[in-house]
Each structure stands twice: as C-alpha cells, then as structure tokens.
Design a protein around this ligand. Structure first.
Ligand code: SAH
Length: 334
C-alpha cells in the first residue's frame, strides 16, 4: 500500500490520521514483520490490523556467502511456494542489492538461466520490497543501492516496478534515493519511452549484447520486435528527456559477439552517446555452450577503447555460489 492508500485504510478503521505515519514508519523504516512489534500503537489497534491485513513475508530457503568476495545470495520462497533469488554485493561505494522482478521470464535470451523454464508470474511491489528488507535483516548489512537485474524483465512488470520505486523512495519510509537505483532492460521500447516521461532519476541499463540485428535477434528474441535502431532511438530520447546517461550491458561470448567487427559496429552505434559500456564475461550456464574468459573480454574492451568508447570489464562476484541470474533457483527446482 502506498502512504495514501494506508491513510484511507486507517480512516476507514476510524483511527486518527497520525497513525498512518506511525504504521508506515514501522513497515519501511523499522521493517517490522509483525503488527505486534508496533509498540507505539494501542494493543487493540495492533490486533485489528492483524485481523485485517498481512505484512508480506519471504522465507529464506538458502543463504550462501562467497568465501572469495563476501557476496551473499538468497533463495527466497514466496507465499505460493515459488522461488526467487536476490544477491548482495559489496563494492567500494557500498553494498548493492540485485533483486528479482518476476518469477521466471518471458524474454527468452538464450544465454540466461532465468528464462529457460519460462515465466510463471509477476512479483508484487511488496515482494520486491521484502527482498530488500529481508536481505538487510538477514545479512545485517546496510543496503546502499539497488539494481533491478535479478530474475525477470522489470519493464514487463512495469506498474508493479513503478509502485516499488515509489514505495522504497518515499520520504516517510525507507527513503532510498532513486539515484541509487538502476533498472535493467532487454529493450522494451514503448516502456523505455514511458519511463522517460516519468523523469525518475534512476539509472537505466540496457542489455545490448550485440550491435548486429541478426546476431542480437538470435540471442535476444526481443530484438525481432524492437530492433537495435529503434532501441537506440528510444535511449537517445530517454537521455534527452531525463538528462541521465545510459549504461549498456554487453555479455561477451567467445565466437558470438567478440570480434573486432563487433567492437567497430558497437562503437559506431554509440557514437555521440554519453554512455558507459559494462562488459561481462558471459557466465556459463549448464544448458548452453557459451563461454568467455577474462582475456577475451579484456581484448574486446581494448578494441572499444581504440574508438574512445568508455567500456569497463565488470568484476565477477560470487562465482563460487552460482550468483548469476536464475542459476540457484534453477538448480533448486530441478
Ligand atoms: N531482464 C533484464 C534484467 C535481468 S538480467 C535485462 O535483460 O536487462 C540482468 C543482466 O544479466 C542482463 O544484462 C542480462 O543480459 C545479463 N545476463 C543474463 N544471463 C547472463 C549470463 N549467463 N552471463 C552474463 N550476463 C548475463
């Protein structure tokens, strides 16, 4: 519930409106998981809240911590017994949490473990919030930034993602700055345009993975619907409207998208863009033979640097705990 919806519910219960701020604070600042913890409410009100409402809850099925780099991975069970993954990563600038937005995914990217078993359902805003609150509680670590880069396509669950962004940034609750939140998309063009209109201050990450339509369509079926030219035009529009630069994700796959021609074409497409390219050595998944290594990725980065493209190789975190999208859930559900 938004603050306003909660306020209406409080009024309907015949309670004074200052109760709304108290309850909202308990939910989002103190992250209470039970109404009985809300000790500045009367016992009677706590009981009535408990009769009429639920605070969504995630069960921790597995909690892994990387010995290499401190990355933590959570496999959560939802109330309908579906599973999702959340990853906590430690960077110099603070702790970043990667959350899921759907159970499974419809997009069908061939290198991604999250989409192999298909799509089950969208996550609610509460289930997205609870990934943040539960990960924070269980790890005991403060979360400084959030990336919507876990299982699912955030822009395919647009309304719930917008509600989540509004709830987590509400100044009366968790108050997380939208500047510390990134939303990653495979490129659903109409939604990028809608998002641009909202001028939210989030960082938009676009998963590109190839600069050639034919190849991109092979590995990312969404490209058949929204080809590269349309996608980049939407990105330009997004930058013009929001004044924010875009981050492009590029999973380097040996023999698929890592040739000097790939780099040249990518550089020419991104000419004039104020952007950053994140190169990720593709994370091998069991069902496919895609491979990469740091050498291949570094060579591709060098190629891009020749054209003055701002590209960096993303550090691999949590490799010993299957921390890439969808790997743990897949292993658990098989
Ligand atoms: N659906 C969104 C967000 C989830 S995926 C999107 O497509 O952006 C988050 C990022 O991880 C995307 O860039 C995705 O392409 C990338 N990814 C998925 N599987 C991967 C793998 N096996 N190796 C490297 N990157 C991968």
């Amino acid at each position: 519930m938004s603050f306003e919806e909660l306020n209406d519910a409080v009024a309907q219960m015949g309670e004074r409106s200052f109760r709304t701020a108290q309850i909202f604070k308990w939910l989002h600042k103190m992250q209470a998981d039970d109404f009985s913890q809300m000790t500045d409410l009367s016992a009677r009100l706590r009981e009535r809240l408990d009769e009429q409402f639920v605070i969504d809850h995630l069960d921790v099925v597995r909690h892994l911590r990387s010995k290499k780099d401190g990355t933590e991975k959570f496999l959560f069970e939802l109330s309908d017994k579906n599973h999702i993954e959340t990853v906590l990563m430690e960077y110099k600038h603070g702790n970043s949490l990667c959350i899921s937005t759907q159970v499974g995914c419809k997009m069908g990217c061939t290198f991604c473990a999250s989409t192999i078993a298909g799509y089950r359902r969208d996550l609610t805003p509460a289930e997205m919030l609870q990934q943040v609150y539960t990960a924070q509680k269980v790890s005991g670590r403060h979360i400084d930034s959030i990336v919507l880069m876990g299982i699912g396509e955030p822009l395919d669950n647009f309304d719930n993602v917008l509600r989540f962004l509004s709830l987590i940034s509400d100044s009366r609750g968790r108050e997380m700055s939208l500047r510390h939140i990134s939303v990653s998309t495979c490129g659903i063009v109409p939604r990028i345009k809608e998002l641009a209109e909202k001028k939210l201050g989030i960082t938009l990450s676009v998963s590109l993975h190839s600069a050639f339509n034919e190849r991109r369509s092979e590995i990312m079926p969404v490209n058949r619907r929204y080809p590269i030219e349309e996608l980049l035009s939407a990105c330009r529009d997004y930058m013009d409207k929001t004044g924010r630069r875009i981050s492009f994700e590029y999973a380097v796959i040996k023999g698929v998208n890592d040739s000097p021609e790939d780099a040249k074409r990518l550089a020419s497409l991104l000419k004039g863009f104020v952007c950053h390219v994140n190169l990720i050595p593709v994370n091998p998944i069991r069902e496919r033979s895609y491979r990469s290594d740091r050498g291949t990725t570094a060579a591709f980065a060098e190629e891009l640097h020749k054209y003055n493209i701002n590209a960096t190789v993303r550090r691999t975190l949590g490799a010993d705990i299957d921390a890439a999208c969808g790997q743990l859930r897949r292993e658990y559900e098989i």
